[in-house]
Design a protein around this ligand. Structure first.
Ligand code: ARG
Length: 467
């Protein structure tokens, strides 16, 4: 039975019931919806809008409904439209008159807004914990690979030698910023929309401050129309989720490349790979590929909601019911991806020798050879030119710079001395970096310590207080 049937002379077509209903997906908000209703009924009683006995009866029945939903005893049907109507109609079925009073001074518009914010606040806290776990895992691998040398790339061409720890620490920074973004969004969405009514407030002396405290919000939405129209908080979450997925996807792309025979820098664990139905030799990095693929899905969720909202006049419009589909999908995806990615990373085997070999061929020390001359007073542009010619010569001779004799080197510049060889070895190139934030072994140690401090500062309740 429709709770809004009064104005209607016909019952809705069955197909419209199904089309209109959101219960199939918004049922997952039952806990938040009931928590909001309990707070609302307590508030109504405190304010003398309903009696204390009625509120007690409502609350008891709501707890019963909660327990029954959790026990799987409630059958949801499209006729119930959405979770708000569903809870309210079961309540009324169970306790009659008092149940019918619950919706005094409330609208589904402020109800759905409060449910969504409660839901997202909780999910973000969980996601922050997962991100913390990922950063911790990255840091553990980085610590173990401070001496693992690999090529650093630009344009996917070997550029300069770095350590694997340095490369991983770059991702730590990205994920730390992601945590910061989720935390920012969390703080901004921490305002109570309940009490806004349908759009313009309610004609009862309600106590929103009480509701705020009961439901654990930091602030109250100041404008009722904004409170029911706003989905910024969901869009902001989806945007942070998209950026975090973009980082994961880049990392996955690297892991996929690194686990190819062409690189062979790492080997994915069997547990995170799959085989081919036809080619017996294949071991495919499907998990990493799927994470890369799911990134597109989360971007889609962001665009779905941005597009959904862009033409909506204030205040609530039914279009907004669709917001949950995108939001839930992104939350589920992120919660699935973060732990799988973390475990996959921890299980992968690093082939340090292959990485180091790659760092030793391809003239990754050319910049350092140029720097050697520059430090002897040759203008850097000239050094660049000299080493460029030297590299060209080496390519045709099939040699590395350090394979040339001092005489051969001096044909390019009289400034070369025997100490060059020590200064352009792969580890010397790394150790020679002096700028803060560099790949030098010493700076990487500092970066690890700094990251550890930032992680240690994370309260058990989540990262959001600190980043
Ligand atoms: N199921 C609706 C949603 O998810 C709840 C709010 C409905 N409000 C309304 N005035 N029709 O958005």
């Amino acid at each position: 039975m429709k709770l809004w049937k009064g104005r209607f002379t016909k019952t809705g077509a069955e197909s419209v019931d199904a089309f209109n209903a959101s219960i199939s997906f918004d049922r997952r908000l039952y806990r938040q919806d009931i928590a909001g209703s309990v707070a609302h009924s307590r508030m109504l009683a405190n304010q003398g809008i309903i009696s204390g006995d009625e509120a007690a009866e409502i609350e008891l029945a709501l707890q019963g409904i909660l327990a029954d939903i959790q026990a799987g005893k409630i059958e949801f049907s499209p006729a119930m439209e959405d979770i708000h109507m569903c809870v309210e109609s079961i309540l009324t079925e169970r306790i009659g008159a008092a149940g019918k009073k619950l919706h005094t001074a409330r609208s589904r518009n402020d109800q759905v807004a409060v449910d969504l914010r409660l839901y997202l606040k909780e999910e973000i806290s969980g996601i922050l914990q997962l991100l913390g776990g990922l950063i911790r895992a990255l840091l553990a691998v980085a610590k173990a690979h401070q001496d693992t040398v690999m090529p650093g790339y630009t344009h996917l061409q070997r550029a300069q030698p770095v350590t694997l720890a340095f490369h991983l620490l770059a991702y730590c920074q990205m994920f730390l910023r992601d945590a910061g973004r989720f935390g920012d969004g969390l703080r901004r969405m921490d305002a109570l929309p309940l009490g806004a009514g349908a759009l313009s407030g309610v004609a009862y002396a309600t106590d929103r401050e009480f509701l705020r405290r009961e439901l654990g919000f930091a602030r109250i939405c100041e404008n009722a129309m904004d409170a029911v129209s706003d989905r910024d908080f969901a869009i902001e979450f989806l945007s942070s989720a998209s950026i975090a997925m973009m980082h994961l996807s880049r990392f996955c792309e690297e892991l996929i490349l690194w686990s190819s025979a062409e690189f062979a820098f790492i080997e994915m664990d069997d547990a995170f790979s799959t085989g081919s139905s036809i080619m017996p030799q294949k071991k495919n990095p499907d998990v990493a590929e799927l994470i890369r693929g799911k990134t597109g899905r989360v971007y889609g969720d962001l665009f779905a909601l941005l597009t959904l909202m862009k033409g909506l006049p204030l205040a609530y419009n039914k279009d907004m019911q669709e917001d949950k589909i995108a939001l839930f999908d992104a939350v589920d995806t992120l919660k699935e991806v973060l732990p799988v990615f973390t475990d996959m990373l921890l299980a992968a085997t690093v082939n340090s020798q292959k990485m180091e070999n790659a760092a030793k061929s391809g003239f990754l020390n050319a910049t350092d050879a140029a720097d050697y001359l520059a430090k002897k007073g040759v203008p850097f542009r000239d050094c660049h030119e000299i080493i460029g010619r030297l590299v060209l010569h080496c390519i045709s001779a099939g040699k590395a710079i350090e394979d040339l004799s001092l005489d051969e080197l001096r044909a390019f510049s009289g400034q070369f001395d025997a100490d060059l060889y020590d200064q352009i070895s792969v580890r010397a190139c790394i150790a020679a970096k002096r700028s803060s934030g560099s790949t030098s072994f010493a700076d990487v140690k500092k970066q690890i310590e700094s990251m550890e401090r930032q992680l240690a500062a994370f309260a058990p309740g989540g990262l959001h207080g600190h980043v």
